[in-house]
Ligand binder design. Structure first.
Ligand code: SF4
Ligand code: SF4
Length: 181
């Protein structure tokens, strides 16, 4: 669940340059309707109150050293104790250990129990590099996230800044794919 305080503000001027041109060009081809639908879904986002769907998806939550320090303090554990109890993997790619039958130990029926201090990866969703850059990923997210296509227009500069935070925090996860040839 992303942090609503990140504050993606409407940026209507962005619709007048690149995207207007893109829309105009798209309107000339046979896939106009589908393209416009995708465009609209990409350009609006508002996390929906009470929704926990992204936290229920299969996947891993990786933590930065700052994330670990914050969560350890919150749970009144030392960093080492927190790591033993809640994390697995090898530094620098430490991730949440999953309890049996759940995707995250901090997910409750009422939502994220560490919402205000949750990991950067959770705060940045859905502005992850792979989601911004790959239409196939966006399609997957759109299948379960009811916040896409709703709310204010996304400020793409802010979204890209969020994605860059993850790229910087976890370069090992975002290495360019090797060219098979
Ligand atoms: S799935 Fe989408 S709407 Fe639901 S909590 Fe996650 S980001 Fe918010
Ligand atoms: S830490 Fe919170 S936001 Fe992140 S996956 Fe767990 S429950 Fe969801």
């Amino acid at each position: 669940m992303p942090d609503p305080s990140i504050g993606f503000k409407p940026a209507p001027w962005r619709l007048t340059d690149t995207h207007f041109t893109a829309s105009f060009l798209l309107a000339r081809n046979a896939h106009r309707d589908a393209a416009v639908r995708w465009y609209t879904r990409l350009m609006r986002f508002q996390c929906q109150s009470g929704c926990i769907r992204c936290c229920e998806q299969k996947g891993h939550v990786y933590l930065t050293p700052d994330d670990i320090a914050r969560l350890a303090a919150h749970t009144c554990l030392s960093r080492a104790e927190f790591q033993r109890k809640y994390l697995c993997g090898t530094a620098p790619l430490l991730r949440f250990r999953k309890p049996r039958g759940k995707q995250c130990a901090f997910l409750t029926d009422a939502g994220c129990s560490v919402h205000s201090i949750k990991p950067q990866q959770c705060r940045s969703f859905p502005y992850w590099p792979e989601i911004l850059d790959k239409p196939s990923e966006r399609k997957e997210i759109a299948a379960y996230c009811p916040g896409l296509g709703r709310g204010p227009l996304v400020n793409l500069t802010v979204a890209r800044r969020e994605a860059n935070r993850l790229l910087k925090a976890f370069p090992q996860l975002y290495q360019p794919e090797e060219d098979g040839g």
